[in-house]
Design a protein around this ligand. Structure first.
Ligand code: IVH
Length: 686
């Protein structure tokens, strides 16, 4: 085959793979109906990545490989909206809603009015522009945040990382939906509850303050300058408007949502055409009842006049359409007086300030305590005991103080709060390490640490020992029955039956639970040990990589860092942990007790097997050692000099003679992004 036909052939294959991947993305991310296994999907993606690495000139921004790994942005450019992105007026009660409905009907001049009821997703709105693509369909060319409604920020690269946003739309789909190739889609970017929880777990492990709510987290993520971080956060997008040449579709809102779904966008399934106030309240009540089960935050229901003609007739006020309204749920926040601040000591010795509140009813529960995160947060808020504060509670998140209320009705507290300089549990010194937000108790034997370690060890996500709650742990400690987590395995039914509110039956159940936890496996044991920065995901990855605690304890920093997501900070924490005789002894005690500390090792894929790389110059984000470790982890080899056998030269800034040599020998040259492309889509599969 000559070079030309070879390229044509590759182009064809690339187009085919892209279409297949887009189809499976739609099935998986939009319809939640995957048709192939992850491994099969990865295989398609790997094929595409390999072809694109071989034909860099065929890479286009709408390729599915470009969802991740775009270049970090230096800032966001401003972009003008095709027509203003307006806001909505709010109502807070059925009476107000009834008033609005009446006004709409009056203005509609007696024509019958129907509304589309949708969920009000608590995220941020974004406009996506699609333009003609070479394949005859449309491709995503811009993603713009709402901004001030007139101009927003161009966050296209980040928007591309969201899998429920189609990067390209086939001509056949456009035809079916009777859509032109150029159009704009508007909708809401949200951070799903699971992603939010994961984000905050990670932030906690990194000693960073928790994100306040999924909306802020989604907004912050979309404005992150590093697209690979955005990709990890798993944002989602729900479409609700479709504009052609700056105009809403004449077919009406219901038809618009159908068209969006037909084009491959994720449209929220909770939507309904309603006509009467009764139907509206029914939808609202159902939404409120489902609220906690949705997996993402909503803060109300939006009602939109369905008919486009009626929408035009009703028009706009300054900032919002008259044809739509937001019915807001009762606040999940409340205002109350903060009676004092107590400081809790966690398992790592971390001191967390907690606001003690006059009980306040928020979204269905009584809240009397809320987190104040850390000393910096207290200082930033300027909050003093006695202040009135606003407390927020989201889905299953711990209540938090978000604001100090200061007006005539809410006088300020008198005395400032001084963060303790001694541990409130044991009186030892507390210190704050350089660059960290948290203070920690220095006493290794602080009773609070032991208590919290035991509670953590028994926790549902860790060893899952049901019945090992606070009251039991406190009694075990007070009676000197356990002095560390390994002692749990020595407890007998007879001993436990002596505890308060324990009988033979409950004692037997607890012993069985403890016994059962021996089979929890390495990942959970690793979490249970409480190594700093080793949370659920890292523990899982380490367990899969090393397969046993012994292999892990023997590992060097470089070997640890071969594990995805493990960098120098985590590897250091692991090494320090196992360097302590006390911790090694704990492992031995657990082993003697019969705790399983093995895991099934994941087979490495040999994605880069048979390939030899030569690294030269300075790479933008990795050191050469890190790049080497990544290549080797994927089964590739690295060499010091370029020869005919070299598969790729990875060149960074100021690459010198090796690059010349590569050119001379016609060895393909790729940059860091090219290497990452080859490595992506799971360096390991099961
Ligand atoms: S319609 C001109 N529909 O709520 C109409 N907005 O409070 C404006 N939102 O800025 C948007 N879910 O960020 C609409 N189903 C939905 C929505 C929704 C959430 C947000 C959107 C908007 C804000 C207004």
């Amino acid at each position: 085959m000559d070079a030309r036909t070879k390229t044509d052939h590759a182009a064809e294959r690339i187009a085919h793979l892209r279409a297949e991947i887009e189809r499976h993305d739609h099935l998986y991310y939009v319809l939640d109906q995957p048709a192939i296994t992850d491994a099969e999907y990865d295989a398609l993606m790997n094929d595409l990545k390999r072809l694109e690495a071989e034909h860099p000139d065929l890479v286009t921004p709408d390729s599915p490989t470009q969802r991740v790994g775009g270049k970090p942005a230096e800032g966001f450019k401003k972009a003008q909206h095709s027509r203003p992105m307006l806001s909505l007026d709010n109502v807070y009660s059925v009476e107000e809603l009834a008033d609005w409905d009446r006004r709409v009907r009056e203005l509609a001049g007696g024509l019958p009015v129907k509304y589309v009821a949708e969920l009000k997703l608590d995220g941020l709105s974004i406009a996506l522009r699609y333009e003609p693509a070479a394949h005859g369909g449309s491709r995503l060319v811009a993603g713009i945040t709402r901004g001030d409604g007139q101009t927003g920020e161009d966050v296209t690269t980040n928007a591309r990382t969201i899998h429920s946003i189609p990067l390209s739309i086939a001509a056949s789909k456009l035809k079916k939906a009777e859509m032109p190739v150029a159009f704009e889609v508007r909708g809401e970017v949200v951070m799903p509850a699971a992603a939010f929880q994961r984000l905050n777990e990670e932030r906690e492990q990194q000693g960073l303050p928790a994100a306040v709510n999924p909306r802020n987290a989604a907004a912050g993520t979309l404005r992150t300058l590093e697209p690979s971080i955005v990709a990890q956060r798993r944002l989602d997008f729900y479409a609700y408007f479709l504009l052609v040449e700056g105009e809403y579709l004449a077919a009406g809102q219901q038809a618009t949502l159908d068209a969006l779904a037909a084009l491959g966008f994720r449209v929220n399934p909770h939507r309904k055409l309603v006509a009467t106030l009764e139907e509206m309240t029914e939808f609202i009540n159902a939404a409120e009842a489902e609220r906690d089960k949705l997996g993402y935050e909503i803060d109300g229901v939006v009602l939109k006049v369905d008919s486009h003609a009626t929408q035009l007739r009703l028009g706009y006020t300054g900032r919002a359409p008259r044809w739509a309204i937001a019915y807001k749920f009762t606040a999940r926040s409340g205002v109350t007086q903060m009676q004092g601040i107590t400081v809790q000591v966690g398992r790592t010795g971390k001191l967390t300030p907690v606001a003690e509140l006059a009980p306040v009813f928020i979204g269905g529960t009584t809240v009397s305590r809320a987190t104040l995160h850390n000393a910096d947060f207290i200082e930033k808020l300027g909050v003093k005991p006695g202040d009135w504060v606003k407390v927020e509670r989201g889905g299953d998140v711990i209540p938090k103080v978000v604001e100090v209320i200061a007006d005539k009705e809410h006088p300020r507290g008198k005395h400032p709060f001084h963060f303790p300089t001694k541990c409130p549990e044991c009186g030892s010194e507390v210190v704050r390490a350089e660059g960290e937000v948290d203070y920690r108790c220095v006493n290794a034997d602080c009773p609070a640490k032991l208590r919290e370690s035991l509670l953590h060890f028994g926790g549902r996500e860790v060893m899952n020992i049901e019945g090992l709650g606070e009251a039991v742990v406190q009694q075990l400690l007070d009676r000197g029955m356990v002095r560390g987590v390994a002692d749990l395995y020595k407890l007998t039914v007879k001993q436990l039956a002596e505890l308060e509110r324990f009988a033979e039956k409950s004692a037997t159940t607890l012993v069985e639970q403890i016994e059962g936890s021996k089979k929890a496996g390495l990942a959970r044991v690793l979490m249970g040990l409480g190594i700093r920065f080793v949370g659920e995901r890292t523990a899982e990855l380490l367990a899969q990589e090393f397969g046993s605690i012994d292999a892990l304890m023997e590992a060097s920093a470089a070997e640890l860092e071969r594990v995805e997501e493990v960098g120098p900070r985590i590897s250091q924490a692991i090494l320090e942990f196992f360097a302590q005789p006390k911790n090694r002894a704990l492992v031995e005690h657990l082993r003697k007790a019969g705790v399983d500390m093995t895991a099934e090792k994941k087979q490495r894929t040999s994605q880069l097997a048979g390939l030899t790389f030569v690294l030269t110059g300075t790479l933008p984000t990795m050191t050469r050692d890190q790049a080497k470790a990544k290549i080797e982890a994927a089964g590739g080899k690295t060499a010091g000099s370029v020869s005919k056998k070299t598969s790729y030269v990875v060149a960074g800034e100021e690459a010198g003679s090796k690059l010349d040599k590569a050119r001379e020998l016609k060895v393909p040259v790729i940059d860091e992004a090219g290497l990452l492309t080859l490595l992506q889509a799971g360096a390991t599969t099961s």
